[in-house]
Design a protein around this ligand. Sequence first.
Ligand code: SF4
Length: 289
Amino acid sequence: MPDNTLTTQEYTSSYKPTWCPGCGNFGINAAVKNALVGLGIPTHQVVMIFGIGCFGNGSNFYANYVFHGIHGRTLPVASGIKLANHELTVIADAGDGDGYGEGGNHFIHTCRSNIDLTFIVHDNRMYSLTQGQLSPTAPKGFLTKSTPFGSLETPFNPLAVALINGATFVAQGFSSDIPHLTELIKKAISHRGFALLNILQVCVTFNKVNTEQWYKERIYKLETTQHDIKNYGQALTVALKQDDKLPIGVLYQIERPTYEDQLPQIKEQPLIKQKIDNVDISKSLEEYK
Ligand code: SF4
């Protein structure tokens, strides 16, 4: 039953954000809280798992349950929490370096599993916490402290990777359009299955190329086009299109059984609600003697 009395205040801890003034993390933080309040989910039913990056100290600024883990490992921790208690709303909150670099392998295989998680990725094309090195999503030729002659590598395409590996919800948002982002987060959380929401995020301190104005000149909303979110081919075409236009909105959404739906052990009841008094592990222990 949604709690319609909630306000964002209940989702806000007493710590003040320490991000640079103008950082896109503020917009994402506000949109996540708006979405949770809009869906009426009480704080004790929400767990957010944070990786390493500027976004990561967001774990201090929420009043719901949080876990701040190691670099690139938000998804395995989130998956473990979800399997232990699949009645919780579980959100993995990563950066482009954290989620697609260090955590790239986990990203691919969580798409395949279709476990019911929301994966929010703050994509500012940089490792900003360590002061502005190249991340996997940076375009070819990108100049950073670690690529003074320009990046030599083809950028990682998270939307296409998610689609070809079986993600059932794939979307992209923009950190400066909070109302639009709020709606996308609500859709991602409400989706049953693995939901990727890549968020184009402004880093005012180290990324002087992809500024708010730069994004505003290139972004278009998929819902204002003829885009069909159930059409896999169309979604992949949008994801692969590498021109000067950047789509935001839902690229793809379908329903298929989640990982939890298919696990007989937790199908009827979450693991944490099951009785363990009658479980006999003596045979398993024998093997270690
Ligand atoms: Fe935000 Fe960039 Fe400052 Fe980090 S360095 S807090 S990403 S603006």
